[in-house]
Design a binder for this molecule. Structure first.
Ligand SMILES: [Zn+2]
Length: 411
């Protein structure tokens, strides 16, 4: 069967009709609609002759036996956020199905080829993403915390898992699925504006950003707005305000895609008649290079101490969360670049801001790469998420070529 990228577009529309409504996609993991989407996927893959299996973490696998036990993996996720877009996650899976069909039609592949539909990438119902891939990758270290989580209706996560055949105590057994993995490929919509701004359909992802997330607390003195002269104020908000602007030159100095965001400041007492006594500021810094990420954090800390002196306030930092950058495989990046150039003439290398299942697989030591296809207006996690159909078709072709190149390179 020849590759037919237009079939992928048609199938994605079919899936949208089956599992979406006027508000968008409703394939939230561990729900009936999600199960419906996964059952629909099984019907779609049936004609390839691939073996079907659901692992201990709920990931759905389709295996096409090859000449070797070594495996080429292609992955995506059928789950969506509530009121989500029609492409996030499922484009990857359906492009993988089309690639699997093409490979199956050509006889026994040199490597075993497996398509994986990761369980609960989005974490929409219980607030923790990458459930299935982190179990398979082996990084899931927060099972005690997962055990305590409940959804908005108060249903415990382990109970919801059990309803869908997953025993949380055994979820990490999914790790054995990666035992023979030679390479992992994932296509995804960009979910950002970079490729559209460059007028390019596709790009190669270099890795996922490292993240430093901190709460910065500024402490001054509450004082009357009318009776306190300007020179005698200890205004906690002044420090936060200076830092909120200073992160721009810091990101510019560090460069190479550095991004920093001061996503919120909560002021107390927070009334119009008082100078701000405490300002709790949120800061998120991201970079693909661990040393540059550290440099960005150091510069922000130094600046905060300078502003604290200038404003006669105190400042303290508390880490909320951090993760190291996860870099994709150089060889696969080159192959992905070649595939994109062959299909659409030009390519671009870019980092990923969001984490993806691919990051968990890469962390587990499997050579990994991702392809991004342009997102219109950079929007995702909304029903208006969209990509031009011609770009979707190009993305299927690029994934298919990359799969061929990886099969040749790793066998
Ligand atoms: Zn996704």
């Amino acid at each position: 069967m020849a590759l037919d990228p237009s079939r992928t577009v048609a199938e994605l529309k079919e899936l949208r009709k089956l599992t979406g409504d006027d508000d968008g996609a409703q394939r939230v993991a561990w729900t009936e609609t999600w199960e419906q989407a996964r059952a629909w996927l099984r019907e779609k893959v049936a004609d390839t002759g691939a073996e079907h299996e659901i692992d201990a973490a709920g990931n759905q696998w389709f295996t096409l036996r090859g000449a070797s036990e070594r495996e080429l993996l292609i992955g995506g996720h059928m789950d969506s956020v509530p009121n989500g877009g029609w492409l996030d996650g499922c484009l990857n899976v359906m492009a993988g199905v089309e690639t699997l069909r093409r490979i199956a039609s050509e006889g026994t592949p040199p490597l075993t080829v497996r398509l994986v539909d990761w369980a609960d990438e989005e974490g929409a119902r219980f607030g923790r993403s990458l459930f299935g891939s982190s179990a398979a990758g082996g990084s899931m270290a927060d099972q005690d915390e997962i055990r305590q989580r409940t959804d908005a209706a108060g249903i415990r996560w382990p109970d919801a898992l059990a309803e869908h055949g997953v025993d949380l105590d055994r979820a990490l057994e999914a790790h054995s699925q990666l035992a023979n993995a030679a390479a992992y490929l994932e296509l995804h919509i960009e979910q950002g504006p970079v490729l559209e701004s460059m007028d390019l359909p596709l790009g190669v992802v270099l890795g996922t950003f490292g993240v430093e997330r901190h709460q910065i607390t500024w402490r001054g003195q509450a004082a009357h707005s009318g009776s306190t002269p300007m020179a005698q104020r200890r205004d906690a908000l002044a420090g936060a305000a200076k830092l909120a602007l200073e992160i721009r030159p810091i990101a510019a100095e560090v460069g190479e895609g550095a991004v920093c965001t001061s996503g919120g400041v909560v002021c107390k007492p927070g009334i119009v008649t008082s100078v701000v006594e405490t300002a709790e500021q949120l800061l998120d810094q991201r970079h693909l290079d661990a040393a540059k990420l550290q440099r960005m954090l150091d510069l922000a800390k130094e600046a905060s101490e300078r502003f604290a002196r200038e404003e006669n306030v105190e400042v303290s930092w508390e880490k909320l969360w951090s993760i190291n950058p996860i870099l994709f495989d150089d060889h696969l990046i080159d192959l992905a670049d070649e595939s994109i150039r062959e299909v659409c003439g030009a390519s671009h290398r870019l980092p990923s801001g969001p984490l993806h299942d691919a990051a968990e697989v890469a962390r587990a030591g499997v050579p990994t790469v991702m392809l991004f296809v342009q997102s219109l207006r950079g929007l995702s996690h909304t029903k208006v998420e969209d990509t031009k159909e011609e770009h979707i078709e190009l993305s299927v072709q690029a994934l298919d070529r990359l799969a061929s190149k990886a099969l040749a390179a790793f066998s």
